[in-house]
Design a protein around this ligand. Structure first.
Ligand code: PEP
Ligand code: MG
Length: 305
């Protein structure tokens, strides 16, 4: 079966009836472009830009960043590459940007909230991305992490467009943005759902704490209903809605996400074979039927209660 999955590598993500679900790779550092291409990713659905900042005394300059983005984009000519802006906070600390003394780091200054406070870092990163975009042929999409609502989405999208970026969107990681999805879809070019954080915040369970690890599953119907709010808003407004959290790497959940209306999936490259193979076994009608059951809680089994 593994060999069969491998044989599909050259093929795009497709349901049995031919419905396209592009399969993209999560990339944490430039070298990860190799496995992404090797496992047949159609592009990059999440480039975590933190590596550029980690271990530095200060934020890298515009040209240094542009060089790194160019190097990535050049590996994917003509293909979609989604780059996420710096996601720094007390949970992902950077000495020159973050305060370590927050009692609840996940609920503090992180993601876009940190960037808004350090607006030069935000401006420089957008500028570097626009520069790299102008000099390469990839289809660059840019998004911000930890966006709470349509106001923050609008702020970020306007700023990105003012720098010359063409496709500017937001991550959905906080329940508030799911609840406001109809309004977010009016201002963002796309939404990418970060199910790791969306699950943590929906169930109020710290994703780094072993004692509450059993809550950290996107099979929980509450998480799937939040995803559905975003997918429905996307469909109504012709706005792409991807998933780039761990949930996309679970083949059975990937089918359910497609049935809910998610339009692309991004995952760790080694998961691509199995997800591609599982999607090919189901029609969209079947995926929708499975999604209806999942949204009703049929596949979620609470542990330890
Ligand atoms: C997520 O929260 O699902 C996500 C993709 O971002 P990260 O795991 O980097 O927080
Ligand atoms: Mg996240």
């Amino acid at each position: 079966e593994a060999d069969q999955a491998k044989a599909l590598r050259g093929r795009p993500g497709l349901l049995k009836d031919g419905t396209r679900i592009p399969l993209l790779a999560n990339v944490g550092k430039p070298a990860d472009a190799d496995p992404a291409l090797e496992y047949g990713a159609e592009g990059v659905g999440l480039f975590r830009s933190e590596f550029l900042f980690l271990g530095n005394e200060q934020a890298p300059g515009v040209e240094e960043q542009a060089k790194a983005y160019r190097a990535l984009l050049e590996r994917f000519p003509g293909r979609k590459v989604v780059i996420r802006l710096l996601d720094a906070g007390a949970d992902k600390p950077l000495p020159f940007l973050t305060q370590a003394d927050e009692p609840n780091p996940a609920l503090g200054l992180r993601g876009l909230r940190t960037l808004k406070v350090h607006s030069q870092v935000l401006e420089d990163q957008l500028e570097a991305l626009a520069r790299a975009d102008a000099e390469t042929d990839a289809d660059l999409w840019v998004m911000a992490p930890m966006v709470a609502d349509e106001h923050e989405a609008d702020y970020f999208v306007r700023l990105g467009k003012s720098k010359g970026l063409k496709r500017v969107g937001v991550m959905a990681e906080v329940p508030s943005i799911a609840l406001m999805a109809d309004k977010v879809a009016k201002v963002a070019d796309f939404v990418s759902i970060g199910t790791n954080d969306l699950t943590q915040y929906t169930l109020a369970a710290d994703r780094t704490l072993g004692s509450v690890a059993s809550y950290q599953t996107a099979w929980h119907p509450a998480v799937l209903r939040a995803i559905k709010l975003i997918a429905d808003a996307g469909q109504a407004n012709n706005m792409p809605v991807g998933v780039c959290g761990e949930a996309a790497a679970d083949p059975d959940l990937a089918v359910v996400l497609a049935g809910i209306g998610v339009t692309s999936l991004s995952m760790t490259p080694v998961a691509l074979d199995d997800v591609r193979a599982e999607l090919a076994k189901h029609t969209m009608d079947e995926a929708k039927a499975l999604a209806a059951k999942a949204l009703d809680g049929e596949f979620y089994h609470p542990q330890g209660w």
